[in-house]
Design a protein. Structure first.
Length: 317
């Protein structure tokens, strides 16, 4: 005889939680609400319950995959706000204990996927570029400055990818007033950051989309702005060797800047959304190939995501 679990929602009148099968694209330039990209369906829709507590752009996203939650931190106008999204309920709420110590925008975020997220660089009020990194400890829901994790160079609008399997995050490119190739590697176990020249971008870039494939040992920085012109070009970083090279087969379907990325490493795909457009491209990690995925296009045009990242339920990246 089949025995039903009363907590399953099947026949019980209790709604089942949504599957952990998606990326969350926060409000940005062009549209203030949060959208959900469902990986298995390849479709995107508005999800108002996941909206950030305030409307802002350049939001930094950090995913606590093991803990079933994600964080939307900082953004315009130089705010300290930290919002927590619980994946099982798809509800976002302000969590003041996790607020930054200093209001920041145009920063970058990395995450180890289980213990902490790191918020690096950006600008403070008045437009001053900073090297500061703040660590958000997931278990205590508190943020604090980590002196050993400061960036090697003060910059903003950098791109960031996370290798949760290898224990490191990478803050790549950005601007100091001039477009940069610089890559810094943040080692999660020691909370230390150092320049990693072998992983430098192939060309100075800011505002690209970022996607991480820790299962496959790679990350991608796609699109963005090179010399004040939007580009489709993609660079691929190999985490195990700390090396970066151009990957033309992974170029975006069109030149765009202010792009956001979500990652589904178990599903072998990354997604690049927006960039002053509603366009979504799908990257197959195992073949390094990118193509337009029109069914996953955003409901409306968006641009400017902190670190080029958005939240993923399956991958810290």
């Amino acid at each position: 005889m089949l025995k039903l679990n009363s907590l399953s929602g099947f026949g019980s009148g209790v709604a089942s939680p949504p599957p952990l099968d998606g990326g969350y694209i926060p409000g940005a330039s062009g549209a203030s609400g949060t959208d959900k990209l469902t990986f298995s369906l390849g479709t995107t829709a508005v999800l108002t319950t996941a909206n950030t507590s305030t409307s802002r752009t350049y939001v930094v996203s950090m995913s606590n995959v093991a803990g079933g939650s994600g964080w939307f931190v900082s953004g315009t106008t130089h705010t300290v706000i930290a919002d927590k999204l619980v994946y099982s309920t798809e509800v976002t709420t302000a969590t003041t204990t996790a607020d930054l110590t200093t209001g920041t925008q145009q920063a970058s975020g990395t995450s180890d996927g289980s213990s902490a997220g790191y918020h690096s660089g950006g600008t403070t009020s008045g437009g001053t570029r900073i090297t500061t990194t703040e660590k958000l400890t997931y278990s205590t829901e508190q943020s604090a400055v980590v002196a050993g994790a400061v960036l090697s160079t003060a910059r903003n609008v950098a791109q960031s990818v996370s290798d949760s399997s290898g224990g490191a995050g990478y803050i790549m490119g950005g601007t100091t007033g001039a477009h940069q190739v610089i890559t810094d590697k943040l080692t999660f176990a020691t909370d230390t950051t150092a320049a990693e020249a072998g992983a430098n971008l192939t060309v100075g870039k800011m505002g690209g989309g970022a996607s991480s494939d820790p299962d496959g040992d790679h990350g991608y920085i796609s699109g963005g702005n090179i010399a004040d012109v939007a580009t489709e070009l993609a660079d691929r970083i190999v985490f195990s060797t700390d090396t970066t090279a151009a990957q033309t087969s992974a170029d975006l379907s069109s030149a765009r800047e202010g792009v956001g990325g979500v990652s589904d490493s178990p599903g072998d795909t990354g997604w690049f959304v927006g960039g002053w457009a509603a366009t979504t491209d799908r990257l197959v990690f195992s073949t390094d190939t990118t193509a337009a995925a029109t069914t996953a296009d955003l409901p409306s045009s968006k641009a400017n995501f902190g670190g080029g990242n958005c939240l993923s339920t399956t991958t810290a990246g």
